[in-house]
Design a protein around this ligand. Structure first.
Ligand code: UTP
Length: 297
C-alpha cells in the first residue's frame, strides 16, 4: 500500500562555499531571489504538495533560518498599526505553526546522504520527500506536487530528472534507464558524476526526491562503511540493486541551480521578469544593458 507523504527533509547544513564571502554570516538558503529567500520557495512548493511536517537539517551559523520561520510580534504590530494589511498577510506566509517544523543538527558536513540520515528518527517508518533549496523550479504546477501525483500511481522511490548535454553529466547523478514510459522512467542504475563517455543516459537527477524509509537503512550501512562523504545517490543505487523500484520523473518546468552564481543570476532575471510589479521597468533595463553590451563589442 502506498502511504501518503507528509514529511519533507530540507538539508541546509552545507557550507555554501561557492557564495563566500556572503555565506560567511548568511546561510545560503536565506539569500533572496527578488524579495524572498530561497527557503521560502522550497517551503511553498512543499506545502502545495501536501507536506505537513518540515524537517531541517542544519549546522552552525544557520540561526537566521530558524528566526525566519518564527512569529515576529513587534514587526507584525507595527504593520498592523500602520494599516499595512497586505504586507501583514504576506508576512504570515512565512510563519510556521508550532510543532510543524523541526530542526536536527548535522555536526559535520559529511555529505548530502549523511544530512538526510541525520533526520532518520523524525522520519520514522514513513516515505518522505527531500527538497534541495538550491534547485529552484519555476513551474505552473509545483514540481513536488507533479511528483506526488506520479508517485500515487507508482509508489517506490522517485527522483526528479531533466535532460542535460553530455558535457554537463559530470555535475550530476545520471540515471541508467531500464524502461522509458515518457514522463516516468524506471531506473536500473544510477551513477554519480560520470565522465561524459561513461554517462549511461542524458537524464540528470536534480534536487527533488520521494524516498522509502529503507533509504535510511542503506545510509546507515554506508555510514559505517566510508570515511568520506556519504552520498544519497549510493543509497538510491542500493535500492535498485536490491530490486526495489526507483523511478525518474521528467517534471514540467524550468530549474535554476541557485547554488551556483550563474544559476542564481539567471533565476533573478527570470523571477524578476515574471513579476507584474517589476516586469516593465526591469525588462527596459535589461534591453538597455544588452544594447550597451552590443555597442561595446
Ligand atoms: P552542495 O553540494 O551544494 O554543497 O550541497 P554546499 O555546501 O551547500 O555548497 P558549496 O558547494 O560549498 O557552495 C547540496 C545540498 O546538500 C546540503 C546543502 O546544504 C545543500 O542543500 N548538504 C550538503 C548538507 O546539508 N550537508 C552536507 O554535509 C552537504
Amino acid at each position: 500500500m502506498k502511504r501518503k507523504v507528509t514529511k519533507a527533509i530540507f538539508p541546509v547544513a552545507g557550507m555554501g562555499t561557492r557564495f563566500l564571502p556572503a555565506t560567511k554570516s548568511i546561510p545560503k538558503e536565506i539569500m533572496t531571489l527578488v524579495d524572498r529567500p530561497l527557503i521560502q520557495y522550497a517551503i511553498d512548493e512543499a506545502r502545495a504538495a501536501g507536506i505537513r511536517e518540515f524537517i531541517f537539517v542544519t549546522s552552525r551559523g544557520k540561526s537566521a533560518l530558524e528566526d525566519y520561520f518564527d512569529d515576529a510580534p513587534e514587526l507584525e504590530n507595527a504593520l498592523r498599526k500602520a494599516g499595512k494589511t497586505a504586507m501583514l498577510e504576506m508576512l504570515k506566509t512565512t510563519n510556521m505553526d508550532s510543532g510543524a517544523i523541526a530542526y536536527v543538527r548535522q555536526n559535520r558536513a559529511l555529505g548530502l546522504g549523511h544530512a538526510v540520515w541525520c533526520a532518520r528518527r523524525l522520519v520514522g517508518n514513513e516515505p518522505f520527500a527531500v527538497i534541495l533549496t538550491d534547485d529552484v523550479i519555476a513551474a505552473e504546477k509545483p514540481c513536488l506536487q507533479q511528483m506526488m501525483e506520479a508517485y500515487a500511481e507508482t509508489g517506490g522511490n522517485m527522483v526528479a530528472i531533466m535532460e542535460v548535454p553530455p558535457e554537463k553529466a559530470s555535475s550530476y547523478g545520471i540515471l541508467d534507464i531500464a524502461d522509458d514510459m515518457g514522463a516516468i522512467v524506471r531506473a536500473r542504475g544510477m551513477v554519480e558524476k560520470p565522465a561524459p563517455a561513461d554517462a549511461p543516459s542524458n537524464l540528470a537527477v536534480i534536487g527533488r526526491y520521494i524516498l522509502t524509509p529503507r533509504i535510511m537503512q542503506h545510509l546507515h550501512r554506508l555510514k559505517a562503511g566510508t570515511g568520506g562523504e556519504i552520498q544519497l545517490t549510493d543509497a538510491i543505487a542500493e535500492e535498485i540493486a536490491q530490486g526495489d523500484p526507483v523511478y525518474g520523473f521528467r517534471f514540467r518546468g524550468q530549474r535554476f541551480d541557485c547554488g551556483s552564481k550563474p544559476g542564481f543570476l539567471q533565476a533573478t532575471v527570470a523571477f524578476g521578469l515574471a513579476r507584474d510589479d517589476l516586469r516593465e521597468e526591469f525588462a527596459q533595463y535589461l534591453a538597455h544593458m544588452t544594447a550597451v553590451q552590443k555597442a561595446a563589442e
